[in-house]
Design a protein around this ligand. Sequence first.
Ligand code: NAD
Length: 358
Amino acid sequence: MHKIAVFPGDGIGLEVTAQAMKVLRKIEEISALRFETEELLAGGASIDKYGVPLTTENLEKAQKTEAVFLGAVGGPKWDNLPSEKRPEKGLLALRKGLNAYANVRPVKMFPQLVFRSPIKEEIVKGLDFVILRELVSGIYFGSLRGIERLPDGAERGFNTMSYTTFEIERVARKAFEFARKRRKKVTSVDKANVLEVSQLWRKVVTTVAKDYPDVELSHRYVDDCAMQLIRDPRQFDVIVTGNLFGDILSDESAMLTGSIGMLPSASVGDKVAMFEPVHGSAPDIAGRDMANPLATILSLAMMMEYSFDQAVLARRIEKAVEAVLADGYRTVDIYTEGTTKVGCDKMGDLVVQKLTVA
Ligand code: NAD
């Protein structure tokens, strides 16, 4: 029996998580796996009930499971709260509390959705790479930070980007391990021509690479990488980079696929990992059975592979999603003329049906 903490969150988080849970129950039917799920509150739902976006008790419960699954948090109802009380703080507290130091975002182009990409078909067709972004250090966490008043009355704002050998090494190892299960290519992204912190980053990644002689390592400056992602994104297999560069490059990469409702993610550490769609709580469509649940279902596939070592099942879920798309079913965000429009709930049912057929 595998233990999973499930945080549906707010807005469409509830609707899309419900579809992923249907898929989870189907997995129990078609395999010998069994899952004990506990539904917990985070984000706005937790603020409404407990006054905080994540209680210590719920964090501790999550820490004691094997995997954490999250829908999305946030919404206009909580937008005017002070920053430490906002729903998103619950999410950050979860990632930090689980020491989930590497954010993994697969960037995959589904053949049926190529036309949605703002980039030409011949460039994005068959696209399939992963970005690993360091998540708990770097400039977002540097303690030397602030806005100070200068003697002449002007202000100066400053932050510090710092990485220790340990922090670089652990995320680099994750990248090489991912690459081993893929096409065995790691691209490390930095700004070593200007930043000392990047020079250390490059040195440590190069040293770690010696333990993975079967994986090819290359380095790129972040500005060059941003350009290559548009020029020839298919050259990449696994990209590993720091928090700030990863934040920007992963959003750029998401745009290549052209549809936020299709993108899953995982935040992994040494123990409990957390799985969630890339999108937010979409208050504009919440409660109307319009959300695309496929990003969340694909996050469940990632959970099967990363937390439960069930790569075959993960591929089966991905194939089921592809089959539903191939049959022409679309939620409104990916709908085009000639396809069949379905709601969130029906889309979940269709994926479950496809899983029945081995
Ligand atoms: P969003 O991702 O919620 O929505 C952006 C746009 O994409 C909206 O038009 C929405 O309708 C659409 N969209 C998103 N997911 C979709 C899906 N699965 N199917 C169909 N359409 C989808 O981003 P936002 O509007 O900037 O933020 C809304 C709220 O979500 C805010 O409170 C924000 O803080 C929060 N948020 C949470 C997370 C998270 O929980 N990980 C991530 C991003 C934003």
